[in-house]
Design a protein around this ligand. Structure first.
Ligand code: B1M
Length: 209
């Protein structure tokens, strides 16, 4: 098994210390930082995403794998030039106004990051105006809205309406336990994802469309 394959395996099994040590070893052996990310760290998270989707692993395993990936990223990130990674695009994500649930949103962020997106997480209880501000500031290709309460789902609609002038530049995807594809259609979202791994597929599809 190559060093990078071994790195992926330790991401999958969530061993942050091993991942960090292997990243350091790879750098010492002259492996390019971009290869470490694209052929070592991201493939590990991709496997976890696929397993999560079919209930072969659950939330704790995903969180532990993401932590291991971050331990490696922390070492390699300062060495990456902007053009080094296969960056897919920028995604601004947040939980909508009135809603404090962030576990699912954080998982979505980790999966997107693991898939090569630059994720700007603007937090919880985010009013539409803050999403607008983030779009103007960061110029993302994707905006991701999360809601866990039936009472806060309506704030997704308000956010989408406020982002109307930017709809030719940004795709909006939504998700969260009470959200359905029908609701996504009704409020004019571009995409809906049922879970964090599907959120990556959804973002990829939206950017390809
Ligand atoms: Co809350 N809560 N909660 N809660 N809470 C629910 C959601 C609830 C279903 C519990 C229940 O009654 N059975 C219920 C909502 C009922 C409803 O509206 N239909 C509820 C309620 C009522 C409340 C309060 C009002 C309780 C109260 O105070 N009376 C209150 C509201 C606070 C507020 O937000 N203003 C409240 C508070 C809390 C805590 C703070 C205690 C805590 C949140 C901690 C945190 O997030 N940091 C909490 C929790 C933990 C839950 C439950 C138990 C678990 C939610 C969770 O994290 N799931 C939840 C019951 C349940 O779901 N079993 C419940 C795990 C997570 C990985 O899944 O978030 O669904 P989920 O995310 C998934 C997908 O939905 C999807 O991908 C994720 C990963 O697969 N996804 C996206 C999510 N966002 C996405 C975005 C995307 C794409 C996919 O694109 C952008």
């Amino acid at each position: 098994m190559s060093l990078l394959e071994e790195m992926s395996e330790w991401v999958i099994s969530g061993n942050a210390n091993k991942v960090k040590a292997l990243v350091e070893q790879a750098l010492a052996e002259g492996v390019a930082p971009a290869s470490i990310v694209n052929e070592g760290l991201i493939p590990g998270m991709t496997v976890i995403g696929a397993k999560f989707k079919v209930n072969e692993v659950y939330v704790p395993e995903v969180l532990i794998a993401a932590r291991a990936m971050h331990a490696g990223m922390a070492v390699v990130k300062p060495l990456l030039s902007v053009s080094d990674t296969k960056e897919k695009g920028i995604a601004v994500i947040g939980t909508v106004k009135g809603d404090l649930h962030d576990i699912g949103k954080n998982l979505v962020g980790m999966m997107l990051e693991g898939a090569g997106y630059t994720v700007i997480d603007i937090g919880i209880d985010v009013p539409p105006e803050k999403f607008l501000q983030a779009v103007q500031e960061h110029k993302p290709q994707i905006v991701g809205l999360s809601a866990l309460l039936t009472t806060t789902m309506t704030n997704m609609k308000a956010t989408i309406e406020l982002l109307k002038p930017y709809r030719d530049q940004v795709k909006i995807m939504i998700g969260g336990a009470p959200i359905t594809p029908k609701f996504a259609d009704e409020i004019g979202a571009d995409g809906y994802a049922a879970d964090a791994a599907s959120a990556v597929d959804c973002a990829n599809n939206l950017l390809a469309s």
